[in-house]
Design a protein around this ligand. Structure first.
Ligand SMILES: [Zn+2]
Length: 143
């Protein structure tokens, strides 16, 4: 699509004896004069429209493909080792502040685990949420 073609294909309405410019209130009985008017007075607007018609489709395709691939890769790379061997098992959990928690591990989300029937230094604390970042070691007490 180029500017001349765009103007050629523009729908120019006739009001009574006069053709009306689609961009402003200018009218003229001669269609050629209207088209000349459009090309000289509204060139910037037409350029923008023509660019819009020519460019965005390519851009959109590229943008759509790239992020999707990246996202899929990330999901595949992520492995939750707590889910693999500690989920729903009784474990001893060593934390980076020296605390030792014993209980039934439930891998909760990417960042936290939940421990049921939790014991800290042999005291019952019920249930506990532990940030995975604070875990130094998880030792399963049963297989
Ligand atoms: Zn005009």
């Amino acid at each position: 699509m180029d500017i001349d073609k765009y103007i050629e294909n523009l729908e120019i309405k006739k009001e009574g004896f006069f053709y009306k410019c689609p961009f402003c209130d200018y009218t003229n009985a001669d269609l050629k004069v209207i088209k000349k008017h459009i090309k000289t007075k509204h060139l910037d607007e037409i350029k923008k429209e023509v660019e819009k018609m020519n460019k965005p489709k390519q851009k959109q395709n590229k943008q759509r493909r790239m992020p999707q691939r990246k996202q899929v890769k990330k999901e595949d790379d992520y492995k939750d080792y707590l889910l693999l061997f500690a989920h729903k098992k009784k474990c001893k959990i060593h934390l980076d502040n020296g605390m030792v928690v014993e209980g039934l591990v439930k891998a909760k989300d990417k960042y936290n685990i939940m421990v049921l029937d939790a014991k800290v230094d042999d005291k019952d604390v019920g249930r506990m949420i532990i940030q995975k970042g604070h875990i130094v070691a998880v030792i399963p007490l049963e297989e």
